[in-house]
Design a protein around this ligand. Sequence first.
Ligand SMILES: Cc1cc2nc3c(=O)[nH]c(=O)nc-3n(C[C@H](O)[C@H](O)[C@H](O)COP(=O)(O)OP(=O)(O)OC[C@H]3O[C@@H](n4cnc5c(N)ncnc54)[C@H](O)[C@@H]3O)c2cc1C
Length: 475
Amino acid sequence: MTERIVVVGHGMAAVRLVEELVARGVHRTGHITVLGEEPHPPYNRILLSAVLEGTHRPEAITLRSPEWYAEHGVELRLGTRVVDVHREAREVELADRQLVPYDRLVLATGSIPTLPPIRGLVRVDGQLHEKVHAFRSLDDCARLERAVPSARRAVVVGGGLLGLQVARALSVRGVETEIVEGAEHLLRSHVDEKSGAILRRSLTRLGTTVYTGARAVRLTDDGLRLDNGYTLDSDLIVLTAGGRPSINLARRAGLSTRRGVVVEDTLASVDDERIHAIGDCAEHDGRTTGFVPPAWEQAEILADRLAGGSANYDGHRLVARLRATGLDVAVLGDPDLTTGPAPEGAEVVEVANPIAGSRRRLVIRDGVVVAATLVGDLSRIGLITQAFDRGTVLGDHEPGALLMGYAAGPSPDQAAQALPDDAEVCACAGVSAGRIRACTSVEEARETTRATTGCGGCASVVRTLIENGLRAVPS
Ligand SMILES: Cc1cc2nc3c(=O)[nH]c(=O)nc-3n(C[C@H](O)[C@H](O)[C@H](O)COP(=O)(O)OP(=O)(O)OC[C@H]3O[C@@H](n4cnc5c(N)ncnc54)[C@H](O)[C@@H]3O)c2cc1C
């Protein structure tokens, strides 16, 4: 009997899962249905700030068109919200009460923004105050975009990843922008104080004012009041602090949830082997992720399982590569190691150039890179990720050599060319230099490996590897 695979959500994890299922031919042996609430074809959420900044058109961030789904016989239903899962009947119920049967159900419902405790954000009629914006979807982005031309000043609440991206985009658009962050430095959940200071400096250069150690407490007619006594006059308030995995469906269906939907190494719910969860909504080994690289790794592993394989997810590879033009950040390893001082038995090796806005920091234990932070210069990311992934034991001088960028070492082009074939180039899609070298054009690499389609931080390395490979081929 044809297996019916139903995917709820059509975000970045779901699209990758379907690509991987198609690559394994599951669309020929089974029937795949994708039910997505948003009315748009799946798009690259990481690039929303590029749309706001004006460097990308909304259509340019589409990951796969409806035609691609149709060509592969995958049923894509946009603007379709799933409201319930009936586990006994093995059906999901849509908002219009239609029932869709499944043999395997994949929850890829992502996360939802949460409102910070600021009085006055919500009006008496229950609607958000007209100045207040969220920034998670293409529709949020379009609404904010419409407000920008008449805005003079904006406050971004939250100095995490989203906050930095939005603040940068608004500043580039000429809006006087202020960031309010409750922690003592920017990107507190991912980097330490010194890296936070470098990011602050980069934003300040763009004209953004940064308030750290301050919380917004009330929105009044005079502006947004902070707990340090300041009131920020503003035409726009963008909420980027807070978000949580979207688990309501799973919870109502009686599946175990904590912060996310609790899954085994097989990425199946601990209560129901026919139901899986991947991406931002999944919780594995007590951890939810919130980034594209783990979401795509999970998608690939689940595709293998649904195709009859036996791959398991071990969640050990914590990689976050954050994208905002001019604010490149990559973080490898446990946040405890990237945000604080080196623990006992570990050493920190670092190179910083605050003037140029860059810092590279490795945490080394027993000669092995156990964590890394790169801010403002990702030219060494390939080699560092390779050492991190493999647990390579480094000699005394090797950490320094790994960190040295173009000032003392080869140019970024030379560094890219020197990458061994098995060095990882695209952290989002997990693509090695060798796989890129086997392609004859950037388009081919994009299509066959999906490199460059995530955060896009690997685009220049991919181009260099391909151009160099082509030059080496005799005509
Ligand atoms: C502005 C922004 C910038 C980001 N930048 C980075 C970055 O630089 N690097 C990085 O690694 N990560 C970044 N992230 C995080 C990254 O986008 C997420 O980790 C990734 O999108 C997770 O994929 P997902 O499929 O789990 O969730 P999502 O991409 O959020 O997709 C979930 C989808 O499910 C749909 N859905 C939910 N419930 C239902 C339902 N009941 N019925 C039908 N559909 C439903 C939602 O509408 C949504 O379309 C960023 C996120 C945002 C918002």
